[in-house]
Design a protein around this ligand. Structure first.
Ligand code: AMP
Length: 598
């Protein structure tokens, strides 16, 4: 075990009695991280001892760590797919969990192009709620007076479907916002939102965003914090304001709601909130019609103390843009969670984004850590990996997170790489390094190298009749515009110059690539409008050789040089962009429906 518990100073003093309880809970859990982990594993194994999955590995009722580790394999989603498919098809027998599967949570990670389906059980909602209940008590330690105003949070539900066996399948946040835990949450002066539940729960993303923005503008002086789940979501809200401020200010001026809002319950709810306020309308109009939108967030919401958005991991690409729109107010990353399990929270949420560390809460699941050696070839059945327990990780080292959950995932690889930065009591704190195998990400989408390769292959079929092929390619997530978009650099070999592919053909190639990408990408394009049209930039022939020369001049080995399939290093971007001969954008939306393909 790594740390003498006396080294961590306790959290406090709390802002109120309720906070004191929450902070004490954090202290207790982090002080006894190891015994809590032992208890959690024993609970999970004993309650699930008769599941098909655990019986398969002949635990024979054992609930201790050694037996568990010696008998159960470390697995990925693909290993569990047959079991998950059976549950989705309606098999209600205890396959993974003794408790009935209440629904599926659709992860933004994909498998065969579709969202992963994560089985969950009812009581997991309580566990998620518990983690949420710790966030404000921690924030109140650093930012006083949050009970004197409100939070403007842009929160959305997404579409849900049913599996063939009749279980709901939807994202974890949709499940949470639609739960009684959220809808009938008791009043908490430290956690009052400007958005009414009706606006958050409206399935139409335009109407939802419009009314949330309208409420935020109406109460601009009361707003003390502005947030969304991810940075990309908050920037989308800013973009929405850019596109819709005229209509919004008209509504504020007259006190009547735009006819574009058709949802009856939303209209009814807004009728109670909206009051004519010509002065406010004029103020917002003046701010929004200025040429520069620099600092717009604090101009409109002058009492904003921080932006509550995740800017760790892939979202770090949005920090400069958020700073631009906010004039540099602090960015708070409060929690680290997934569809599989909510993991933990940031005990120092006002720190710089680069210093964010999440403390995993030992009561959420049983956690193991697979040492991550970037250059190792992986492990085989003959040399199984040695996993480390939560309290045994070492500061400075990187690990892949492996979880065993109450809902029945056993030794499941989440795919996140974390680096240990320190401890709070005996619970380690982790910097989120990256998600494995993700090449491109604009919003919730996570596109890996294999998906990109397949998309390029599919699109390049369209070039065949022009006797043209793609000789090299790389990609870039362009987030300078909102929404951001994928840029794919193509070097072409055109064998018949008289018959080279036209702009129209290359546009169709863009669309063909989009059609080939995973469903989370296509949903972002079609339903959420969180990703812009894919762009192909054709570069001069010889450009990729120059790229290699550049890499070698910086020390890369000629023998081992591989074309990077994603770039974001400025000199390389400059080189590529200076060789662009033409740019083409996807002319239409790809196909997407909430239904799964399989
Ligand atoms: P999903 O299952 O779709 O909710 O996605 C969960 C994944 O999002 C995690 O496994 C992480 O890769 C990523 N994620 C969640 N929270 C954070 C965070 N605070 N910082 C960075 N990445 C995060």
């Amino acid at each position: 075990m790594a740390v003498d518990s006396a080294l961590s100073s306790p959290l406090g003093p709390p802002a109120c009695e309720k906070d004191a309880k929450a902070l004490q809970f954090v202290e207790e859990m982090t002080r006894s991280a190891d015994p809590v982990q032992e208890r959690v594993l024993a609970e999970i194994l004993s309650r699930n001892s008769q599941t098909e999955y655990l019986r398969r590995f002949k635990l024979n009722g054992a609930t201790d760590r050694d037996t568990f580790k010696s008998k159960l394999p470390v697995i990925t989603y693909e290993d569990l797919q047959p079991e998950i498919q059976r549950i989705a098809n309606g098999d209600r027998s205890p396959i993974l969990s003794a408790h009935p599967i209440s629904e599926f949570l659709t992860s933004s990670g994909t498998s065969a192009g579709e969202r992963k389906l994560m089985p969950t059980i009812k009581e997991e909602l309580d566990r998620r709620q518990l983690l949420y209940s710790l966030l404000m008590p921690v924030m109140n330690l650093y930012v006083p007076g949050l009970d004197k105003g409100k939070g403007l949070y842009f929160l959305f539900v997404k579409s849900e479907t049913r599996t063939p066996g009749g279980l709901l399948a939807r994202p974890v946040l949709t499940s949470y916002y639609k739960s009684e835990h959220f809808k009938t949450r008791p009043y908490d002066p430290y956690n009052v939102y400007t958005s009414p539940n009706e606006a958050i729960l409206c399935a139409d993303s335009f109407q939802s965003m419009y009314t949330q923005m309208l409420c935020g503008l109406q109460e601009r002086q009361q707003v003390l914090r502005v947030g969304a789940v991810f940075a990309s979501g908050l920037l989308r809200a800013i973009r929405f304001l850019q596109l819709n401020w005229q209509q919004l200010t008209q509504d504020i001026e007259t006190g009547s709601l735009s006819p574009k809002i058709t949802d009856p319950s939303l209209r009814e709810c807004m009728a109670k909130i909206l009051k004519p306020n010509p002065e406010l309308a004029e103020f917002v109009r003046q701010e929004c019609s200025k040429d520069s939108w620099e600092g717009i967030i604090t101009r409109i919401w002058p009492n904003t103390k921080y932006l509550d958005v995740i800017v760790t991991g892939a979202m770090a690409q949005y920090i400069p843009t958020l700073d631009y729109y906010s004039g540099g107010v602090p960015l708070a990353c409060t929690m680290y969670a997934s569809s599989e399990c909510y993991f933990g929270l940031n005990l120092n949420p006002m720190c710089k984004p680069s210093e964010v560390s999440y403390t995993i809460m030992p009561n959420m699941a049983y956690f193991e850590f697979l040492p991550h050696e970037p250059n190792s070839a992986g492990f085989t059945r003959d040399s199984p990996p040695k996993l480390v327990d939560l309290v045994d990780v070492e500061v400075g080292k990187e690990y892949e997170l492996v979880i065993t959950t109450y809902a029945g995932l056993c030794r499941y690889r989440v795919g996140d790489i974390l680096r240990v930065t320190g401890f709070h009591n005996s619970a380690p704190q982790f910097h989120f390094v990256r998600r494995k195998n993700v090449l491109l990400s604009i919003d919730a989408d996570k596109t890996d190298e294999a998906e990109l390769q397949k998309a390029v292959e599919n699109a390049s079929q369209l070039l065949r009749e022009f006797n043209t092929s793609v000789v090299e390619y790389t990609s870039y997530a362009d987030t300078k515009t909102i929404p951001g978009h994928y840029v794919i650099y193509w070097e072409l070999l055109v064998k018949d110059l008289a018959n080279s592919p036209s702009d129209e053909v290359l546009k169709q190639c863009c669309l063909a690539m989009e059609e080939s990408l995973n469903s989370v990408y296509r949903q972002g394009r079609v339903a959420d409008n969180s990703i812009g049209p894919l762009e192909i930039r054709v570069v001069k022939s010889g450009t990729f050789e120059e790229l290699m020369d550049y890499a070698i001049s910086r020390g890369a080995s000629i023998n081992q040089y591989k074309v990077p399939r994603c770039v974001n290093f400025t000199p390389i971007m400059e080189l590529l962009d200076s060789r662009v001969v033409s740019a083409h954008f996807s002319p239409a939306l790809p196909h997407w429906t909430p239904e799964r393909r399989r």
